[in-house]
Design a protein. Structure first.
Length: 124
């Protein structure tokens, strides 16, 4: 089981790296990644112009467990919002910014052996 966990974590790290590169190309400014608190972890925190953007990154290699977007449950959204509040408490320079919650979903296409990335602004 530990090997599987490392493999999953490795895939998650690769997905976050791909998402970060893509979002930088779209003009977002990187602030932080993997901000952890008691409510969980914020994958990416970036600025889109003046909007503070909290980005959840999800990867799925197989669709049998649903799409990456479907894996972002209401419970997960609530935890992300609470973690974002903690981030703002620790980073008061961003307290007056508008905030947005985005998702970057990455799906592996077996036919082309390529990953498809989709960025959803204001996902929740």
């Amino acid at each position: 089981m530990p090997w599987t966990l490392r493999k999953i974590n490795h895939q998650g790290e690769k997905a976050e790296k791909s998402a970060l590169q893509y979002l930088k190309k779209q003009g977002l400014k990187f602030l932080s990644k993997n901000f952890a608190c008691t409510y969980g972890e914020l994958d990416l925190i970036m600025l889109d112009s003046d909007t503070l953007t909290f980005i959840e990154v999800r990867f799925r290699s197989k669709s049998r467990f649903g799409s990456p977007a479907e894996s972002i449950t209401q419970s997960k959204m609530k935890k992300i919002r609470m973690a974002a509040n903690i981030f703002l408490q620790h980073n008061s320079q961003h307290k007056r910014r508008f905030c947005r919650f985005d998702a970057v979903t990455i799906t592996h296409d077996d036919d082309s052996n390529q990953n498809r990335l989709q960025w959803t602004k204001g996902a929740f």
